[in-house]
Every structure is written in structure tokens, then in C-alpha cells.
Design a protein around this ligand. Structure first.
Ligand SMILES: [Cu+2]
Length: 143
């Protein structure tokens, strides 16, 4: 009988931890702490409603944005890169529940000098890809 009890204790702990994790939004910096012009280093996400594009990539591989506020994809004219952005991985569009329709296959095209806005209404983690550039994979956390 005691063995059964010992087996149940870790299970109960795991359940408690899992439930606790669900109820909390991901830890992160306070509002307005986004770094400007500095996306280098480590695994820290860039907190910004504007996602900058380079000639063949996202300026940061990880962004944190707010739900129900416009997110701007910005492709500066100086880069010369054309992108087709959708949810997915490694240049393949994959539907992700809750994502704005613009990000469904085949995605939206953005030319150098253009911006494109989408609004996420469902908090969660999304994966953003570019069908032109297989190396463009970005994680977007919507809070
Ligand atoms: Cu691209």
C-alpha cells in the first residue's frame, strides 16, 4: 500500500505544477522595456509591435506582442528583400489556430519599403515563416 502512495505523490506534484503554469502568462519584462536597435544576444525576445525584416530574415527570431493591437511587419526599402510571410516553419505555411487570416497560406507578400499590419486576437505562441527564405523562422508570443 505504501508504494502506491509514493507513486501518487510525484503525480500530484506534476499536476499542481502544470495547472499553475497554465494560469500564469509567460514571465517577461514590463511594458515599454523593449530594446531598440539591439536584437543581439541570447534567447531574450524583442518586445515590440513592429517586426523588422532584413534582406533575408527577421531582425529578431523572437518577438513578444500584445493581443488586439496591430502588429506591423516593416520591410525597409534599404534592404531590397521581398518576403512572403505566413505561419509555419522553414518556408512551409502551416495553419495555426487563432492566427490572423493574412498569415494563412499562401501568406502575404511584402516588398521593400512596405509595411503590413495584422492583429492577433488570440494570445498564444505562433511560428512565423517566409516562403522565400527557408531560414526565416520566428517565434511570436502574443500576450
Ligand atoms: Cu523572407
Amino acid at each position: 500500500m505504501k508504494k502506491v502512495l509514493f507513486a501518487l505523490v510525484p503525480l500530484a506534484l506534476t499536476l499542481t505544477l502544470a495547472l499553475g503554469a497554465c494560469g500564469k502568462p509567460a514571465a517577461g519584462g514590463g511594458p515599454g522595456t523593449g530594446t531598440t536597435g539591439n536584437s543581439g544576444g541570447g534567447n531574450s525576445c524583442t518586445t515590440s509591435q513592429t517586426i523588422m525584416l532584413t534582406v533575408d530574415n527577421f531582425a529578431s527570431s523572437c518577438y513578444t506582442v500584445k493581443a488586439n493591437q496591430a502588429v506591423t511587419f516593416d520591410d525597409p526599402s534599404s534592404t531590397g528583400g521581398v518576403h512572403i510571410i505566413c505561419t509555419g516553419h522553414q518556408a512551409k505555411c502551416e495553419a495555426e489556430a487563432g492566427a490572423p487570416t493574412d498569415l494563412n497560406a499562401p501568406g502575404f507578400q511584402i516588398q521593400p519599403g512596405q509595411t503590413h499590419q495584422v492583429t492577433f486576437t488570440t494570445p498564444g505562441t505562433y511560428h512565423i515563416a517566409c516562403t522565400v527564405h527557408p531560414a526565416m523562422d520566428m517565434t511570436l508570443t502574443v500576450q
